[in-house]
Ligand binder design. Structure first.
Ligand SMILES: [Zn+2]
Length: 462
């Protein structure tokens, strides 16, 4: 099976046909850097990391760009409030974002373009839109004229007249049509601004992605991704800009891939409901790999429900994988040559069906625990290892996984080791009552022990 992706533009699953199989282009809208990202942002980034990894298995070169929106009114407001330059705010949160991505185990994109480093490209794209009759200047602003584009609304499946009828906001004086959107806006002295043919100003939000795509990836890209909350207006407007700024016959992006949102215990995550989860707070509470597994466990086009149950299930899968890692160190593995042929990978090729792919992984662990001969175990372990490496999970030392999940008031590793040593001595002295008492005491304090040929192994139980 080859790769199939759901394309938001057609509303259907489609076989993926690259423009150039030797150079795949993937663009994903990144964060506006003025605060820490939430769990839902982490989900989106991890879904596209998975797609990137899969594309890298299939094609020799994948150029993956994810931008930083580093000029925006929310950033300006934060800088003003704190009395600092916008670069102080953006520098801090770009670093925080990179740290969060590393903690989640996501790969670095090939390119991380920033809006402020592409002002010339943005001005070039805006100028092209004016020259071609798709944009106009008005009161220091430049606006995209949605009426000039006959199929505006095709990505979000909206009709301009319905949108106008539904718009309740007062129409700004500089707009010809209420749906026209800003490409460039004027800046006063207290706001970041750049010289342009339309005076000192700054870009609107949508134009940066189009300009950076044209600058780095090409006129038409293979895949454009982001959260489903970006379909309108951001991606609709990007599509309008990208289709109208040049004469190219191809589209702006051939496949539009959108991930659904993340709910918390069955409710929409929002600050007003008090259930807003900052990603790094969750990463401080739970092992990073657990968060990664949980974020990938639902199908990317379904709303995912973050819950205690999900955390429990994710821990249980990782416990299985680490049990195999810890208890089968004597079983030699070999490298899986054709990863993409594995049933696990085949599930991912079908529009990133992670629930089915994780079910395959779970079943492989079942088979491993049931297997009786070492050659069968070796084959299963090789397959499981290949999957874990691909997903970038179960990469820790097994003992660190089992022993490293202690809460602050839990028994320390040193105390556990000391009791295990005492138990060993007790057994040597045939004091079995004391040995059993130590086992009981450890169990009461959340530690399970297992005697093996290699010695006594221990793990914390959740
Ligand atoms: Zn974008």
């Amino acid at each position: 099976m080859s790769l199939v992706l759901h394309n938001s533009l057609s509303g259907k699953k489609e076989p993926f046909t690259p423009i150039d199989p030797n150079r795949i282009t993937l663009y994903v809208c990144g964060p506006t850097v003025y605060n820490y990202i939430h769990l839902g942002n982490g989900r989106s980034a991890t879904v596209f990391d998975l797609l990137y990894r899969l594309l890298c298995e299939l094609y020799p070169t994948v150029v993956f760009a994810r931008n930083f929106t580093d000029v925006d009114d929310k950033i300006n407001a934060a800088a003003k409030e704190q009395g600092v330059d916008i670069s102080d705010i953006t520098g801090q949160f770009i670093q925080a974002y990179d740290e969060d991505m590393a903690a989640l185990g996501n790969l670095e994109p090939s390119l991380k373009p920033r809006a402020t480093e592409h002002i010339d490209d943005i001005i070039k794209t805006v100028s092209a839109l004016i020259e071609r009759g798709f944009a106009y200047e008005s009161e220091g602003h430049v606006l995209f004229s949605v009426g000039a584009m006959p199929d505006y609304g095709k990505l979000s499946k909206r009709n301009i007249d319905d949108m106008i009828a539904g718009a309740r906001v007062e129409v700004a004086s500089y707009k010809k049509n209420p749906m026209d959107f800003v490409l460039w806006k004027p800046s006063t002295d207290d706001l970041p601004g750049w010289q342009s043919p339309w005076g000192v100003g700054r870009p609107g939000w949508h134009i940066e992605c189009t300009a950076m795509i044209q600058a780095h990836l090409g006129e038409t890209i293979d895949i454009h991704g982001g959260g489903s909350d970006l379909i309108f207006p951001h991606h609709e407007n990007e599509l309008a800009q990208g289709s109208c700024c040049s004469d190219h016959s191809g589209g702006y992006a051939n496949y539009w891939v959108h991930n659904a949102m993340l709910d918390i215990e069955g409710e929409k995550m929002s600050k007003s409901l008090g259930n807003f989860i900052v990603l790094r707070d969750m990463l401080a509470q739970q092992p990073h790999e657990l968060v990664r597994v949980a974020l990938l466990s639902a199908h990317y086009r379904s709303n995912m429900n973050w819950s205690e149950q999900l955390i429990h299930q994710s821990r249980s899968l990782l416990d299985r994988l680490y049990t195999i890692k810890r208890d089968s160190q004597n079983i030699a593995t070999s490298k899986v040559e054709n990863f993409i042929e594995l049933p696990f990978a085949q599930m991912l090729l079908d529009d990133l069906n992670t629930p089915k792919a994780f079910a395959v992984l779970h079943e492989l662990t079942n088979q491993f625990f049931k297997a009786s001969d070492d050659s069968e175990k070796a084959q299963l372990k090789s397959e499981i290892n290949a999957i874990c490496d691909f997903l970038n999970i179960a990469q820790l030392d097994a003992n660190d996984w089992f022993q490293g999940q202690a809460s602050d008031d839990a028994i320390s590793a040193e105390q556990v080791e000391a009791l295990i040593e005492e138990r060993k001595q007790a057994k040597k002295n045939k004091d079995f009552a004391r040995a059993d008492a130590i086992r009981e005491e450890l169990l009461e304090r959340g530690v399970e022990i297992k005697d093996t040929r290699e010695g006594t192994l221990w793990s914390r139980i959740a």
